[in-house]
Each structure stands twice: as C-alpha cells, then as structure tokens.
Design a protein around this ligand. Structure first.
Ligand SMILES: *[C@@H]1O[C@H](CO)[C@@H](O)[C@H](O)[C@H]1NC(C)=O
Ligand SMILES: *[C@@H]1O[C@H](CO)[C@@H](O)[C@H](O)[C@H]1NC(C)=O
Ligand SMILES: *[C@@H]1O[C@H](CO)[C@@H](O)[C@H](O)[C@H]1NC(C)=O
Ligand SMILES: *[C@@H]1O[C@H](CO)[C@@H](O)[C@H](O)[C@H]1NC(C)=O
Ligand SMILES: *[C@@H]1O[C@H](CO)[C@@H](O)[C@H](O)[C@H]1NC(C)=O
Ligand SMILES: *[C@@H]1O[C@H](CO)[C@@H](O)[C@H](O)[C@H]1NC(C)=O
Ligand SMILES: *[C@@H]1O[C@H](CO)[C@@H](O)[C@H](O)[C@H]1NC(C)=O
Length: 308
C-alpha cells in the first residue's frame, strides 16, 4: 500500500509531461522565437503541424528531436539568425521557406532527404548548404538571390519545377533528375555557371539564360519549349534530342537568341519542333545544320550571318 502511494504522484508527473509534449508536437503551428523555444520540441518524434521561426529569433537555432515536420518550415525576416540546423529532421512535408535572412551563413540539415518544396530567397550570406544526406525529392525548388556557390546537397530524383535565378556566385549545378515535369529556368546566376543534367530524358520546358555550359547528353524530348538566351555557350550539343514541343498542337518552340560566343549547334537527331524554330543575334554563329529535322509547326525564323 505504502509503496503504491509513493508511486502514484511520480506516475502522474510522467503522464503530464508526456501529455504536454504530445500537445506541443501536434499543434497546428509551432512558433519558435529563441533557442529555448526550439529546445521545447526535443522530445517530439514528429511535429505534425507547421513550424515558424519568428523574426525575433537570433544567433544559432538548433531544432533537434523531430524526424519530420508535417507542414511547412518557415523562417522569414529573422535577420539576426546566423545559423539554422537540425541533425534529426529527414522530411518536411510542406514548404521549406527561408527568406530575407540577412545574417544566415550556415544551414545544416544533415539528415534531410525529402521536402515538398524548397523556397530559398534573399539569403545574402549563405554560401553553402550542408545537406549531407542530399535532398533527393522535391516537387518544386526555387533558389533566388542567394550567395550560394553550389547547390551541392540538392540532387533530385524527381522534380516538377526548378527556378534558379539571381545567385551571382553560383558556378555549378548538377542533378541526377530523369524528368522535369513542369519547367526548369536558369537566369542571372554566376557568369561561369556550368549545368549538368547527366540523366535527364525529358522535360516540359527548359530555359537557360546567362549560363556557360549545359550538359544534356540523354535529353530526348522537350514536351514544351527549349530556349538558350544570352548565354556564353560556345556549343550546344544534344545528341539524343528528337523532338521539341508538339507538332500536333503547334506548341513548344526552340530558340537560340543572343548567344554571342555560340559557334556550333549540334542536334543531329532532332526531327520535330512543334512551334517556332528561332535563331537570332548569335553573332559568331556561321553555320546551321539540323540534318534530321522534318517537321516545324511554327515559323522558321533564322537571322544572322550564315555561310551555310
Ligand atoms: C521583411 O521585412 C521587410 C521590412 O520590414 C519587408 O519589407 C519585407 O517584405 C519582409 N519580407 C517578407 C518576405 O515578408
Ligand atoms: C520520372 O522520373 C522518375 C525518377 O527517375 C521515374 O520514377 C518516373 O517514372 C519518371 N516519370 C515519367 C513520367 O517518365
Ligand atoms: C512552358 O512554357 C510555355 C511558354 O513559355 C508556357 O506557356 C507553358 O505554360 C509552360 N509549361 C509549363 C508546364 O510550365
Ligand atoms: C541515346 O539514345 C540511345 C537510343 O535510345 C540510348 O541507347 C543511349 O543510351 C542514349 N544516350 C544517352 C547518353 O543517354
Ligand atoms: C513528355 O514526353 C515524354 C516522352 O515522350 C513522355 O513520357 C511524358 O509523359 C511527356 N510529359 C508530359 C508532361 O507531357
Ligand atoms: C560541333 O560539335 C559537335 C559535337 O561536339 C562536333 O562533333 C562537331 O564537329 C562540331 N562542328 C563544328 C563545325 O565544329
Ligand atoms: C536582336 O538584336 C536587335 C538589336 O539589338 C534587337 O532589336 C532584336 O530585338 C534582337 N532580336 C531578338 C530575337 O531578340
């Protein structure tokens, strides 16, 4: 009897701690304004709602404990946060949104592999991503206005939309993705940006602006449009590309515009372009040859000083 009486209050305390952490783990939005707030989630195996790191947070924020976040993970305008890390979060089921973080210089999510979407915008001090396990699954990735020199740490198996723009230090991007179901756009990144899509077989739309090299050895089909604008590419080589757009609907164009170093377009398997085929303002391009091209749905609009 005596022993039981002693045990009861201890059990009651344990139950109430468990109940409290279950509640904070499952609230719709967890707001974190300090490291002490973040530490309160250490016992959550998952956080079922969204997590917001508030603009009052500062210094180093470590969010360890949960292995997944059911909603979004958002940090906007926390201008005093210098590092943000987790060595437990493997999955974010919503958007991983970081924006307007002036001092953030370290982002370390060593187990992260799956995110619904990534939106990293205006991160002027962030030079690298420490995503040691590699993010391989994301429907949409937007990286805009950052200091990032590489996107090592993001190596996608599948993606619908890739928007990579205004990252002036970005000099390389390589991803294993086999198809891009919506669109990839590269614009205004580092002048020497080298892009590699070693396994890409089909993509809905591909737009390359201001890039120095594009490696697309396996690309066979572009369902929508393919365009190269204002690049420093000397040659464009797509040996397996057979069609761009749809000849049946007349949609999807192929464009090479204002690529001032371009001397060689080599698309020897290209048979069909659904919309327009445009070549303009490529100042040193002297020869054009599309030996397999039989169908062009739209206008053929070639201008330049061609000798052949
Ligand atoms: C961050 O704060 C600045 C200044 O208050 C504001 O102009 C900006 O829109 C905010 N950023 C976001 C993404 O809300
Ligand atoms: C796209 O690529 C992924 C991963 O390689 C593959 O599982 C999927 O079947 C592909 N989808 C289509 C429609 O080709
Ligand atoms: C592909 O690009 C075309 C032309 O810019 C646009 O109309 C279309 O909506 C894009 N398709 C996708 C899936 O983004
Ligand atoms: C190009 O296409 C051929 C025939 O479909 C295929 O055997 C080959 O592996 C492709 N090349 C690359 C680099 O994917
Ligand atoms: C694009 O074309 C590929 C190859 O023909 C096809 O497998 C894929 O389903 C098409 N994707 C879309 C979005 O139409
Ligand atoms: C263009 O590039 C292809 C592929 O690299 C190469 O085989 C071909 O000889 C080049 N053509 C010219 C005219 O330089
Ligand atoms: C080519 O350059 C001329 C002169 O700068 C410009 O007017 C024209 O719009 C350019 N053409 C294309 C297709 O961008």
């Amino acid at each position: 009897m005596f022993a039981q009486k002693l045990l009861l209050p201890a059990l009651a305390v344990i139950t109430s701690v468990a109940a409290q952490s279950a509640t904070i783990c499952s609230q719709p939005t967890a707001t974190i304004n300090s490291q002490a707030d973040a530490s309160a989630y250490a016992d959550c195996s998952t956080i079922s709602g969204s997590v917001v790191i508030g603009s009052a947070a500062s210094g180093d924020i470590l969010l360890n404990g949960p292995s997944s976040i059911g909603g979004d993970l958002t940090m906007i305008n926390a201008t005093q946060v210098t590092s943000f890390s987790s060595s437990t979060i493997g999955q974010i089921k919503g958007t991983f949104h970081l924006e307007d973080l002036t001092l953030l210089s370290s982002l370390s999510f060593t187990l992260l592999t799956a995110v619904k979407s990534i939106e990293f915008i205006s991160l002027p001090n962030l030079g690298a991503l420490t995503f040691s396990s590699f993010v391989s699954s994301a429907q949409s990735v937007t990286i805009s206005n950052t200091f990032l020199g590489t996107l090592n740490g993001i190596n996608l198996n599948t993606v619908a939309t890739l928007q990579i723009d205004n990252n002036p230090h970005l000099v390389s991007f390589s991803t294993q993705v086999g198809n891009i179901t919506s669109a990839a756009v590269f614009n205004a990144n580092g002048a020497g940006l080298k892009i590699e899509f070693p396994n890409l077989i089909w993509a809905s739309n591909l737009t390359f602006r201001d890039v120095a090299s594009v490696d697309i050895p396996s690309l066979a089909v572009v369902n929508g449009s393919l365009g190269f604008y204002e690049t420093s590419l000397e040659s464009i080589y797509a040996p397996n590309l057979t069609s761009v757009g749809s000849f049946a609907t007349g949609q999807g164009s192929l464009a090479f515009v204002a690529n001032t170093a371009l001397t060689n377009i080599s698309m020897n398997a290209l048979k069909s372009v659904g919309g327009a085929d445009q070549i303009a303002n490529n100042t040193v391009l002297a020869a054009i040859s599309f030996p397999a091209l039989v169908d062009v749905g739209g206008a053929i609009d070639f201008s330049g000083n061609f000798t052949t």
